[in-house]
Design a protein around this ligand. Structure first.
Ligand code: XIL
Length: 528
């Protein structure tokens, strides 16, 4: 189940040639077994709370550096580096600094004084700063207009979008060596990432030489993810920031899995696969990534403890995620079929049927397509599958259908969808061996992705309230043989007499996500 790498290997050593690996520090993980774990696996620290505005200047003009200083000095003494988090943020900032209705002059003064005092104080002890945290809204309507995409914080209200240049310039002046980051969450979301991209691009083009270089040195992708997060979305955003010429860091990585502090074995592996895929993406872009920092040492001290998001469990034991990060490729390879346990397993018999010839189909096993995803329980059926060296052959009998194809959207018509995941990769996105094949009762085909249409042959035969479809689907990458396991599913869309989909029945995947994720597909064993 776990990777082949030796247990206990130091993560930071494994990633030495790629990027720095970091974790957060609070008083709790700066002593005893947690401190040992921290220093064993990580080479850079971020203060979980101690360097936020609320911790450093609770009262206007009264800076309280004692706790943060002790923490930073301990980190440095342990031979680790330190990253600063965060100079400006709308949260965890004292009320006097963060209040609505403050006038512009006072707001500018507050922003500059805090930023300069704090950055100067830690100068030489931090290698980088999150200068500004979470200034962009979720789901901006027009990401090409970065100023309109800014969160309505007191800083913005009082100063306007210019506050961003003000805070970065103050930080550069106070600590010219430190790398200055813009840091935010949900940057795997396309629109939000585009707004951040537009902002950093505009500000760096406007300020190409602030102390010898562009204003903003880096973009921090926080990385608070879930098992359902698509690593491809992370990759796309990462690559867009890299294209700006800035450094990128993953600054607050965690991946939620399970709930109520319970992580089943399967969920642990799913989480491992998520971490493995993310680290594959990070490794592929290592040259432009400064650091990957986790937000939490272990599941009991994580800010999202109940969702088990870290790499070490509450007893500080290595979780599957740990092995997944040590060796992503091996981990993914070893755990591909682990999900087969509680998904439906069917068999496909060997044989090359000719259209209209029933003899081979008769002996094939029936897969019931009768689990409903919507309240209305309409069209259902059975599927049979055959295979040979080149193709998969599927025949589906549908009953109880209204036989309506009035809706121009193909999935709203009475139709059958077949899902094939040749490598049973169970990915949260479609790989190039994956395909979705739809055929309505009149024989019209629609496939996703488009390229997968090549070589498909199909037929449909409709009667009163029932229809049968057949499809021959060429294998795209697989060289099948006896005992090969593939991911597979069947969905029957039932249209109402008004031409709207009112019923969906499936063989195995009840997630409703089969059109874009292969994670929930059932499995088929090819037998001779
Ligand atoms: C969190 C801390 O982990 C908690 O202890 C605290 O109560 C709230 O803040 N994004 C950030 C971090 O930039 O500062 C947040 O840290 C998590 C979300």
């Amino acid at each position: 189940m776990s990777g082949k790498t030796e247990s206990g290997a130091s993560l930071k050593d494994v990633y030495r040639d790629y990027f720095l690996l970091g974790n957060i520090v609070s008083a709790r993980n700066l002593e005893g077994a947690r401190l040992d774990l921290l220093t064993r696996h990580f080479s850079i620290a971020t203060a979980e709370n101690a360097m936020k505005p609320a911790s450093l200047q609770r009262e206007r003009g009264v800076f309280t550096f004692e706790a943060a200083d002790a923490m930073v000095n301990q980190v440095l003494a342990a031979g680790m580096l330190m990253h600063g988090h965060t100079l400006a943020w709308h949260q965890q900032s004292p009320d006097w600094m963060n209040r609505e209705g403050i006038d512009r002059e006072e707001a500018v003064e507050n922003l500059i004084t805090h930023t300069k005092t704090v950055a100067e104080h830690f100068k030489g002890r931090v290698i980088s700063w999150d200068v500004l945290n979470e200034a962009v809204i979720d789901n901006p309507a027009d990401p090409s207009d970065w100023a309109a995409s800014l969160r309505k914080t007191p800083w913005l209200t009082a100063i306007g979008p210019e506050y961003i240049e003000i805070v970065f310039k103050a930080a550069r002046e106070a600590d010219p060596e430190a790398k200055l980051y813009y840091n935010d969450y949900n940057l795997d979301s396309r629109e939000k990432a585009q707004a951040v991209y537009t902002m950093v691009k505009a500000l760096n083009e406007k300020n190409p030489d602030v102390g010898g270089r562009p204003l903003i040195d880096g973009v921090g992708m926080q990385g608070h993810y879930r098992v359902s997060t698509n690593p491809e979305d992370v990759r796309v955003s990462l690559e867009s920031f890299i294209a700006l010429g800035v450094e990128v860091s993953i600054t607050e990585l965690d991946v939620q899995a399970g709930a109520d502090s319970v992580l089943t074995e399967k969920q642990g592996v799913e989480q491992g696969i998520s971490y493995a895929r993310l680290f594959q993406v990070f490794k592929a872009h290592a040259a432009q990534i400064g650091r990957v920092t986790f937000w939490g040492l272990d599941d009991s001290t994580s800010w999202r403890s109940a969702a088990n998001p870290t790499v070490f469990d509450k007893d500080l034991k290595e979780k599957p995620a740990y092995y997944a990060i040590l060796d992503p490729e091996t981990y993914i390879q070893d755990n591909k079929t682990i999900f087969a346990g509680d998904v439906k397993q069917g068999e496909a018999r060997y044989g090359t049927p000719r259209l209209g010839d029933d003899s081979l189909w008769e002996s094939a096993a029936e897969l019931p397509v009768n689990q409903y995803l919507m309240a209305w329980q309409g069209a259902f059926g059975t599927a049979k599958v055959l295979w040979d060296e080149r193709n998969l052959y599927v025949r589906v009998n549908v009953q109880n259908a209204e036989l309506n194809m009035a809706n121009p959207a193909a999935h709203e018509q009475d139709s059958v969808e077949l899902f094939v995941d040749e490598n049973n990769g169970k990915t949260s996105y479609y790989e190039n061996d994956d395909g979705q094949y739809r055929i309505n009762f009149a024989g019209d085909l629609s496939v996703n992705p488009g390229v997968a249409a090549e070589g498909i042959e199909s037929s449909a035969l409709a009667e009163e309230g029932a229809y049968t479809v057949e499809m021959k689907i060429p294998f795209k990458t697989l060289k099948p043989g006896p005992d090969t396991i593939i991911g597979f599913d069947v969905q029957i869309n039932g249209a109402s007499e008004r031409g709207v989909r009112q019923s969906v029945a499936v063989w195995n995947d009840t997630s409703g996500e089969s059109y874009r994720s292969t994670s929930g597909f059932g499995v088929l064993k090819l037998v001779k």
